[in-house]
Design a protein around this ligand. Structure first.
Ligand SMILES: [Zn+2]
Length: 742
């Protein structure tokens, strides 16, 4: 059986109607033809979008929520000697930056600081470099962020305050990895209580800045491991008990610094370095109730996160947590990754795609370069890339600022699982949960599903009832309360797809004897995790079912690398063929070809559909790219959502889809990842996609126009009743279809 996309592709050669979709001017395509193509095969059911939100007057919002573009030339010790302040300010102003970061710092003072241990830079010579930059920005109408950096300091501070340092288990001071003259400061010490506030008070007394920011703290993607006098009395790092203490301290300092900022101006605030997407250090539920600026320090692809969607993944996290408050993604103009040149521009196509993802996922643009050697940069190639993009975005602000996501699938992030869960030893994993999240992400992108992330601490029915289904990709840690919220969600008609050790740990990382959602999912554990030695296990197709549609000429499907054995269930769709020897081939056959161990468990309760895979199927898809796993996951997601969709995008290619309600109407963002460098290295060019047909059902009202914002032209559309259809003829690296309603 063909799925709808393969049908479109396969039929293009033989069915003139479908072929014409690929070649004709979209204006000439009758709506019936588009509709015909859009409903053939396993047709999704378009669900009406919700009624539109009431308008909001932007002037009533806090000032930072109207910031759309952020500029930062990250200042070096040498900059007071070489930077041309006028050229710096002119660049960011002409690019259209609303706000610029200017370095105060805590390691090197960029002004004549009197705070003890706030060392003046070698090239400062008593000059007020910070103040001159503030004045230059203000003269051009740009706001100012005072940037500090509390994570390191010098040996004279250490001599006077040995208690300020982070220490290893032997009591030795932890030094900077790259410059051993600097020591790492501990966030639990008076360094953060006294020294950092002293600098903030000094800035308040001398300058007019709009807000304060600290770089380098709190840590991104991991928790500190310090053995100083204070920390040695805390619970061990990487435990749930430590995470609570860590979060308490982050919030304590955040509130303290915020109060200092507000002491000067009520609309000022403090914010800090964040990022790490789903594995951010601080608890995102707690922190985002306080933070009014999410600084996503997610500057480019890394060794650990090599996929091109690294920025949009972060954006989905920001969208889930900030719920309309400000978030910006720091995009490096310079190279990121294992080998770095922090003062050389990266590939323009890569830098541009990072901007595209920033905009598509709903964050504000933020461009970042290091140092201003030779006036305003030895390498100046980055400047035009940024200013061109900023200028383009400025023309389309109204359409680019999202009001709410239209997605009907929620993926539970499992932040605590991401940070603290110990993967099964049998997995021999490099980075188990990172692989898991990329697995589900790639699955959803390949299927062109519209989805959001949902934090495990935000499962109240009011928030999650908008989703037709929730996905739990090995969300191992769930509290009893969270499990009850999931039960309530299912009772109200929601569907679930879960995998592997989901719910096998409570919020304190204590392992349960039985799945916490055993009752809901109809499963019962029959043993411990079984890994792979040789051939991984298979799933035997026992009978036809929508989740195995499209598989023919095979009795077996690939399983996953690891699984939890389950007690038998009635009428299983897939049963486990246990793994066996891979080599020598003489022994490569199953000792038991047929078992009653389920390889998937499916349930229907009212309008809810529940699916549980005992294997780590999402992660195994990420490790292997096996198309059978992808099809099985897609079929299952379509089955639990009853094929309901809010926005359907048909066409060839691998792309990421975002669908937003905006003030003028709606915006459908298409990011073209069809590229040999989508999973490694940087993009060097775009490989354009052909026509993409968009269908969505509007709640009411008329459509005034559909405009393509990257190619900057309007396109024809059809409105059949409340169903809007149009075709985007071509997507280079990125296109946005902006729908204006009236
Ligand atoms: Zn410490």
């Amino acid at each position: 059986m063909l799925n709808r996309r393969t049908f479109l592709k396969a039929s293009a050669a033989s069915v003139p109607l479908a072929a014409s979709l690929q070649t004709l001017n979209p204006a000439a395509i009758p709506a019936e033809m588009i509709a015909n193509a859009a409903i053939t095969g396993a047709a999704p059911k378009l669900i009406s979008l919700p009624g539109r939100l009431a308008p909001v007057d932007p002037s009533t919002l806090p000032w930072q929520q109207n910031i759309r573009r952020v500029g930062q030339s990250n200042m070096t010790e040498h900059d007071p000697a070489v930077m041309n302040i006028e050229a710096w300010a002119d660049y960011w102003h002409s690019a259209g930056a609303d706000i610029v970061f200017i370095s105060v710092t805590g390691i090197l003072a960029f002004y004549p600081s009197k705070v003890q241990f706030h060392r003046h830079g070698r090239f400062l010579h008593g000059r007020d470099f910070f103040g001159e930059c503030v004045d230059a920005a203000r003269e051009r109408g740009m706001r100012v962020v005072a940037r500090m950096s509390p994570d390191l300091n010098w040996s004279d501070a250490l001599d006077a305050h040995p208690e300020w340092a982070m220490r290893d288990a032997n009591g030795s001071v932890l030094l900077s990895d790259e410059d051993s003259r600097l020591f790492q400061t501990c966030m639990f010490t008076s360094y953060m209580d006294d020294y950092v506030p002293a600098i903030m008070h000094e800035i308040n007394s001398l300058y007019d800045v709009d807000c304060f920011y600290t770089n380098g703290w709190p840590p991104i993607g991991s928790l500190p491991d310090c053995h100083c006098a204070i920390c040695s009395k805390l619970p061990p790092s990487n435990t749930t008990a430590y995470w609570r203490v860590f979060n308490d301290r982050v919030l304590e300092l955040w509130h303290k610094y915020d109060a200092i900022a507000k002491g000067k101006k009520p609309d000022s605030f403090y914010f800090a370095n964040l990022g790490g997407n789903v594995r951010c250090g601080p608890n995102l539920d707690r922190l985002s109730k306080t933070a009014v600026w999410f600084q996503a320090d997610n500057q480019g692809r890394t060794f650990d996160d090599p996929a091109i969607w690294g920025c949009s993944l972060q954006g989905r996290v920001c969208s889930a947590m900030m719920e309309g408050k400000f978030a910006a993604n720091v995009s490096a103009a310079y190279s990121t990754g294992k080998v770095r040149w922090r003062n050389a521009s990266k590939n323009p196509a890569e830098a541009t795609m990072w901007f595209n993802e920033t905009v598509a996922s709903g964050m504000a643009l933020y461009y970042h370069f290091i140092g201003s050697e030779a006036g305003f940069g030895e390498d100046r190639r980055w400047q035009k890339i940024g200013s061109d993009y900023f200028q383009w975005a400025k023309k389309h602000d109204a359409h680019l600022k999202p009001r709410r996501s239209l997605a009907n699938i929620g993926v539970i992030m499992g932040q605590s699982t991401q940070l603290l869960y110990p993967p099964p030893p049998a997995a021999h994993a490099h980075d188990y949960m990172r692989e898991t999240i990329h697995g589900i992400y790639a699955t959803l992108l390949n299927g062109r599903f519209a989805f959001d992330f949902v934090h495990e601490d935000r499962l109240d029915l009011e928030r999650i009832s908008k989703y037709r289904a929730l996905l739990l990709p090995n969300v191992a840690m769930l509290s009893d309360r969270q499990c009850q919220q999931i039960r309530d969600y299912v009772r109200s008609g929601g569907s679930i797809m879960a995998s592997f050790e989901t719910g096998l740990y409570n919020e304190n990382l204590q392992r349960r004897k039985e799945f916490a959602l055993a009752d809901l999912l109809g499963i019962s554990k029959a043993g411990d995790v079984i890994g792979t030695n040789g051939n991984a296990y298979y799933g035997r197709i026992e009978h036809s079912h929508p989740i195995v549609s499209g598989f023919s000429n095979t009795n077996w499907l690939p399983g996953a690398q690891n699984r939890l054995p389950l007690q038998p269930v009635v009428d299983p769709v897939l049963t486990v063929v246990p793994g066996f020897v891979n080599y020598p081939p003489e022994l490569a056959y199953p000792p038991a070809s047929h078992t009653d161990e389920p390889a998937v468990v499916l349930r229907e309760v009212g309008s809810s559909r529940l699916a549980y895979f005992p294997g780590d199927i999402e992660r195994t898809f990420w490790l292997t790219g096996h198309g059978d796993l992808l099809r099985l996951l897609h079929n299952t997601i379509r089955w639990i959502t009853q094929d309901q969709t809010v926005v359907q995008v048909d066409g060839d290619g691998f792309l990421e889809l975002f669908a937003w309600e905006t003030a003028p109407g709606y915006a459908i963002h298409l990011l073209n990842y069809t590229n040999p460098n989508a999973h490694h290295g940087w993009l060097s060019t775009a490989y354009p996609l052909g026509p993409q047909t968009v269908s969505m059902m509007l709640p009411s009202g008329k459509v005034k126009a559909v405009e393509l914002l990257r190619s900057e032209r309007t396109i024809p559309f059809r409105l059949d009743g409340s169903v809007l259809r149009f075709t985007v003829p071509r997507v280079d690296d990125y296109e946005i279809a902006a729908v204006t309603v009236g």
